[in-house]
Design a protein around this ligand. Structure first.
Ligand code: PEP
Length: 255
């Protein structure tokens, strides 16, 4: 039985004061929903500078927090980077790897992402590994090839799948207001689960959570959750407003 997960990627948003206000509103909203933490896991991914204060802000609540990125080396001459041990020291439980903005804006290659997944899992953290095709790739009928290659590259080395969450995020749906239909999302999720099954066996694949991401909003979260292989959502824009993210958490908990 897979417990659904609602995850919020803050991207490069929120000052410290804004972050504290958002977490406090989320905490209040979750407290007003008795039993919600038994039905859904909630994770937030603030910018790196906020990880230590967020650790304090979420303390005693069901909210888990993680980093949006981390370097694969533990330390060294990598100006501007933050390592997995540094992230872990904040109390973060998880790291996003392979978000489309990391792949396409910052040019992170399959090789870099493979090393990042290994570093995150090697440190005992959970890895939310993002995969997804561009619009050109979808229109060329290459979605499964691209997503399959992304899975093979990062997870082909015999990883501990128990601490891996997959986020299927079609690039054309991220921050565009254009969402995959529930059928399109389910089809991609079923493909991902089948690929994980080939790689790790049926029971490991059946236990792995696969999130959908790409313009998830309060108005479409429930229909996206209807797919049997959709185990939650990774939300960008809509997680920055407490009431919107809480409405999405409700939809995920009900799904
Ligand atoms: C994301 O950042 O992972 C994302 C899916 O963004 P948005 O919800 O804004 O499309």
């Amino acid at each position: 039985m897979r417990k659904p997960l609602a995850a919020g990627n803050w991207k490069m948003h929120k000052t410290l004061a804004e972050a504290r206000a958002l977490v406090s509103a989320l905490r209040a909203g979750l407290e007003a929903r008795p039993g919600i933490s038994g039905r859904v896991d909630v994770a937030i991914f603030p910018p790196a500078t906020l990880l230590f204060p967020i650790a304090k802000a979420v303390d005693g609540s069901p909210i888990v927090f993680g980093a949006q990125n981390a370097h694969f080396e533990a330390q060294g001459a990598f100006t501007g980077e933050v390592s997995v041990p540094m992230v872990k020291e904040t109390g973060a439980a998880t790291v996003l790897v392979g978000h489309s903005e990391r792949r396409h804006v910052f040019g992170e290659s399959a090789d870099i992402l493979t090393r990042k997944v290994a570093a995150v899992l090697g440190a005992g953290l959970t890895c939310v590994y993002c995969v997804g095709e561009t619009l050109d790739e979808r229109e060329a009928g290459r979605t499964e090839r691209v997503v399959g290659d992304q899975l093979d590259a990062a997870l082909g080395g015999g990883m501990d799948l128990v601490r891996v969450v997959i986020a299927y995020e079609p690039v054309w749906a991220i921050g565009t207001g254009r969402t995959a239909t529930p059928q399109t999302a389910q089809q991609a999720h079923a493909f991902i689960r089948a690929r994980l099954s080939e790689m790790y066996g049926q029971s490991a694949a059946a236990a792995t959570r696969i999130l959908y991401g790409g313009s998830v909003k309060p108005g479409n979260a429930a229909e996206l959750m209807a797919g049997p292989d959709v185990d939650g959502v990774l939300v960008g824009g809509a997680c920055l407003v407490a009431d919107d993210f809480l409405a999405i958490i409700d939809a995920v908990a009900a799904g």
